[in-house]
Design a protein around this ligand. Structure first.
Ligand SMILES: NC(=O)c1ccc[n+]([C@@H]2O[C@H](COP(=O)([O-])OP(=O)(O)OC[C@H]3O[C@@H](n4cnc5c(N)ncnc54)[C@H](OP(=O)(O)O)[C@@H]3O)[C@@H](O)[C@H]2O)c1
Length: 287
């Protein structure tokens, strides 16, 4: 599906590198068909040396050559990057954004300018475990995206983990759950490891026990397909140790605390999206 396509990453930072690594190691695409435009010479050299891909300092040169554009710059500079390349982007190119919180409408507006063009735009929300090919990416498609382009987007992100389809207005909830989720899990890991140390284990042993417990439990939940409540019951014997631990967690409102965390992060993401849209419409109104 991707074999004859040329993919261009605008921005050669952490996420772009994770995706390039995943795409090449899964043999989804050949290095000669991967392009990166990136201002830092050191990053360009490192990407070329490691992956033998084509690198450039010029976003416009990359856009001319590629069929698929991955917008992998920070959200704050996305608008200026789009305005710079817009005369070279036509409706045959698939535009995929990974920029957090930038709505499809803003990308479309910036690309269109005062022209009446239709663009194939996909907005995604990956997460940091993509750096080790265990990410999860939610994919929302704009109105002019074909079924083939949706499949292509899935294929690209399958190189760094799993994918799900969502409506664009669900991306705030995705941000609150899987986007911010790694931070919740890292906090859980730190807390469990601290608890092990408090109970007399060395830090090294506590870390190993904690990390493998989190990884193994996630794998068991995924591979067994069982409801997490059933898996929990399997390790909870009457009057045993686990039920005592679970009681303590519930005294600390474990369930409610996590639900509140996802809710608050979702609402914050929604708020940031509204600020971005308002800024954009003020800018357009000022023209
Ligand atoms: N990391 C995550 O967990 C995560 C998760 C979901 C979504 N995202 C999104 O992914 C995007 C990239 O994030 P990241 O973590 O990969 O950031 P990053 O490492 O900072 O990568 C962005 C890259 O873009 C380069 N750049 C700056 N100005 C440019 C320009 N005008 N043209 C082309 N490239 C330019 C930067 O170069 P310099 O450093 O030299 O300025 C940097 O190498 C962001 O929009 C972020 O919201 C990230």
């Amino acid at each position: 599906m991707l074999k004859n396509k040329k993919i261009g990453f605008i921005g050669g930072g952490n996420m772009a590198e994770a995706m390039i690594k995943g795409l090449l190691s899964a043999s989804f695409i050949e290095a000669k068909n991967v392009f990166v435009s990136e201002p830092s010479e050191a990053k360009r050299d490192a990407l070329h040396a490691e992956y033998k891909i084509k690198v450039s300092a010029d976003n416009r040169e990359l856009v001319k050559k590629c069929d698929i554009l991955i917008l992998a710059v920070k959200p704050q500079i996305l608008q200026e990057v789009l305005v710079d390349i817009r005369s070279l982007v036509d409706s045959d190119k698939l535009v995929i954004s990974i920029a957090a919180g930038v709505p499809i409408a803003i990308i479309d507006d910036a690309l269109r300018g005062d022209k009446n063009k239709k663009f194939s735009i996909v907005r995604t929300m990956p997460n940091t475990p993509a750096l080790v090919q265990e990410g999860v990416t939610a994919i929302a498609s704009g109105q002019h995206v074909s079924k083939t382009d949706v499949k292509i987007a899935h294929r690209i992100f399958e190189a760094v983990g799993r994918t799900v389809d969502v409506e664009e207005d669900q991306l705030d909830a995705v941000t609150g759950l899987s986007g911010s989720g790694p931070a919740y899990i890292f906090m859980l890991i730190e807390a469990l490891s601290d608890a092990g140390v408090k109970m007399g284990l060395s830090r090294e042993v506590a870390n190993t026990l904690t990390i493998q417990t989190v990884l193994g439990s996630a794998k068991l939940a995924r591979e067994s397909g069982k409801h997490p409540g059933e898996l929990k019951d399997m390790v909870t014997s009457p009057a045993g140790t686990t039920i005592s631990g679970l009681h303590a967690l519930e005294e600390g409102s474990f369930h409610t605390t996590l639900m509140n965390a996802v809710e608050d992060a979702t609402l914050r993401s929604r708020e940031l999206g509204k600020i971005a849209l308002n800024k954009n419409s003020t800018r357009r109104g000022a023209k």
